[in-house]
Design a protein around this ligand. Structure first.
Ligand code: DAT
Ligand code: MG
Length: 148
């Protein structure tokens, strides 16, 4: 079992797509571990996107992530990191195939609706940025044996 972090970014919230996107992950069989509606401050945004510090779009990325509310979610399941990345699609919505989240709902590079951790190691670090350990709920869904 693996955990991963997703962020439903400010464009997703403003476009009223929170429910539609959460539904996809629920239906896939991922288990909800933690969920928070929050507006990231600059300090959190900088830590979250620290890997992109040298990129030309870094400042714009920080403004975007802090511009409005975000939904942060921890999902758990078999191969959760890779499963979620596949469901999200490519970074650029215009190049992301239909059937993926960014392919179905977006056409922008920056305003691409959703973040998903790209490795188990980064997932653990990102979960610790957005949540307290006590926010994470371990539970057994009734249909767990069917989903695997
Ligand atoms: P991803 O979110 O697919 O993991 P990433 O980690 O390479 O993509 O980049 C983080 C975010 O930065 C991405 O979701 C959108 C933004 N971004 C990436 N490349 C960009 C570019 N060339 N111009 C503007 N924004 C960009
Ligand atoms: Mg990334």
């Amino acid at each position: 079992m693996q955990r991963t972090l997703i962020l439903l970014k400010p464009d997703c919230v403003q476009r009223h797509l929170i429910g539609a996107l959460i539904q996809r992950f629920e239906q896939k069989g991922l288990r909800l571990v933690a969920l928070k509606f929050t507006q990231a401050n600059r300090d959190l945004a900088k830590k979250h996107y620290a890997v992109h510090k040298k990129k030309p779009f870094y400042e714009s990325l920080l403004s975007f992530l802090t511009s409005g509310p975000t939904v942060a979610i921890v999902w758990e399941g078999r191969e959760a990191v890779a499963v979620v990345r596949e469901m999200i699609g490519k970074t650029d919505g215009a190049k992301s195939p239909p059937g993926t989240i960014r392919g179905d709902y977006g056409i922008s590079v920056q305003n691409n609706l959703i973040h998903g951790s790209d490795s188990a190691e980064n997932a653990a670090a990102e979960i610790a940025l957005w949540f307290q350990p006590s926010d994470l709920v371990s539970w057994q869904p009734a249909d767990m044996d069917w989903i695997g």
